[in-house]
Design a protein around this ligand. Sequence first.
Ligand SMILES: CC(C)(COP(=O)(O)OP(=O)(O)OC[C@H]1O[C@@H](n2cnc3c(N)ncnc32)[C@H](O)[C@@H]1OP(=O)(O)O)[C@@H](O)C(=O)NCCC(=O)NCCS
Length: 375
Amino acid sequence: MIWTRYLLCFILGYVVFVAAAYQASSEEYQYVKRLPEYDPQYYPSSLWELDNAVRLKKWASQLRFGKRSGNSWASQIYSHEKWFFSMEDYETWLKAFGPEDFNLIVAIDTKLNKVIGSVAVAKYPGADGSESLVALGLYFVHPDHRKKGLGNELFRMAFKDSHFVGINRGLVAVESMVAKYCNAYGYDKISSGKAVTARALVSDLQLTNLFIDEKIQVLSLQEASRLIDFENLVHFDMENNGGLNRGKYLNAWLAAPNSISSQIAFDENGEIVGYINIRTSIGNDIGVSPLIAKSPEIASTLLRRGLEEVHDLEQYRQIFFFSLTDNHTARKIYVKLTVGTLIPVATCTPMYTEKLLPTKSENVFSVTEYTMCTI
Ligand SMILES: CC(C)(COP(=O)(O)OP(=O)(O)OC[C@H]1O[C@@H](n2cnc3c(N)ncnc32)[C@H](O)[C@@H]1OP(=O)(O)O)[C@@H](O)C(=O)NCCC(=O)NCCS
């Protein structure tokens, strides 16, 4: 009898020991410390130790990014930074690039099971089908966890995937990060045109202040799709964005649930001369993203028609515009529309590692987004 007890104790002890060892090794596996791929050409040496209980992982679910109730990651970023993006964007990006070419890496505090940082990367094909830009965005670490090396770790992790290696990299930097990205990660091709975010109250808009060019025909994307091939729009976009093939991206972007007005402008010969998309963001705001047009008159026409097509415009709080400083007429159009109430809120800089994109800034009146785009 006594031997049976000893035997039972021994078996139990052994089971507990094996379970504890397994637990320790699986936890160790979870905690990403330094990444092995260290390229001194791009990465500064590590000065900060990561908190032990932080795990970096690729996120593969919309669930916690933009869930409507509770504290989603999207709403946390928004509450701190007021960046213009929407709850639906994660799914839109996933469709726009495909799971192969889009990564959202998050840092998780494994003790609290909370997301505390993120970075996203996506790859655009070039005009000839070759890879031509890896864009980076959603780079954010919760204020309670900053200055411990987590941001740099996320940034390095973003490019770990072999998919994103050896391709021109681009991002749109907030002012405080410009010199840092340049010195530490080789983003030394810096665009002269800054991207300025400006906002106004929707209730202050005076649509009739916008000039209409009667020679220009404006059709909704739906109407236009019956007359022209979508590829024509992709081609027009490519001519202006600096050579990126954004076909798949635009397809998802313009059809996204938060896209509320997409209009295309045609000249008298039936050629595409501009397009506009207006979308909603977190905070019940709307944004012009993008507005690309061959002249200020066409931009003005598209903006007016685009806004006229927004159902129940007055329900929205603010409107955002994202113009480039080297487009000298964009701001004038927005000042007219907002009757001088336009307020600039942020200036950001497009930066690249290999080469600047030859964007036709004079035709870009509002960029698409700052997160996964550089125009
Ligand atoms: C930028 C941010 C993500 C850095 O996160 P973090 O966890 O504090 O980063 P680290 O601890 O690794 O940073 C240590 C230092 O390296 C800098 N750094 C961080 N990431 C960097 C990068 N990718 N390239 C160059 N420098 C970087 C930090 O600014 C900090 O510099 P400082 O000591 O002069 O203040 C964080 O500050 C943040 O969320 N800021 C608000 C959102 C934002 O501005 N994002 C950038 C948009 S372009």
